[in-house]
Ligand binder design. Sequence first.
Ligand SMILES: [Zn+2]
Length: 318
Amino acid sequence: MANVMTVNGPIDASKLGITLMHEHIYMDATREVGGRNGLLNDPELMYQELMLYKEAGGVSIVDQTTGGLRGGTKEGASRDLMPEKHCIAIKNIAKKTGLNIILGAGWYRDLYYPEYLHRTKTNEIADGIIKDIEVGMDGTEIKAGIIGEIGSHTTWISPVEERVFRAVARAHKQTNLSIATHTAGMTVGLDQLDLLEEEGVDLTRVTIGHCHSYNNHEYHLEIARRGAYVQFDRMGETSQFESETWLNLVLKFINAGLINQLLISQDVCVRQNLTGYGGKGYAYIITKLKTKLKDFGITEKQFNQIMIDNPKRALTGE
Ligand SMILES: [Zn+2]
């Protein structure tokens, strides 16, 4: 069985258990989200929130907080508001909670890039990602276990984002780590797949994130037909109407016989998503959504397939 790299070193993939594939623990989203809401930086608060997940039966969590989101990379002013170097803070909270935490390498999206990325060659961007995977992140020996979330601007991929996507593909080919993306509407996930495929990536190693951002079953089918995972990662968040829409799309996807390519997560990314601020927190899928899915005929076995087997395969390719 393959290994998965956590912040505390490699583990056998059979030890992953229930895994949230797309989350954030410490994160600085203040470029777009005003005030304290956009800042996850309190170790005690995040410990309490993560323990709710652990107590509910959660075992592993993938923190896809890529470059630009880790406390003001270069231009950002808020780095000093973060607890310490991002990967060290994550390692500390992994030790304290006992959760397996997997960190993502790479860059978030254009709006969050440091200026120098625009002047960096594609292969040099790839080398930086490879270093995070093979040597360690941010001058430490803490290694990334996935590449992502790698995003594109809104409904299109900007020129510098295209360069990052090509760099990600090259880093993937060298390291064999899986790729996870960020999308924001329309069919941009397919454009991301085109780019990765052009660079020779086997699309079964790719997860298209935030598939709820384009509520179109045909779009989800097309991603699956291309071989990639379809990830609904804001389950339960925002309005009742949207939550029901997403749940129906998930069920439709399962009923299309594609349960093997489905991933669900919470994408906790601002304080409002935390239980302490009235949000659903990291445990919602296990404590609430599971019951809802059951009402629609999703069995325990199928739930475990989505939350244990699929993440294992999405991370390792096996
Ligand atoms: Zn995202």
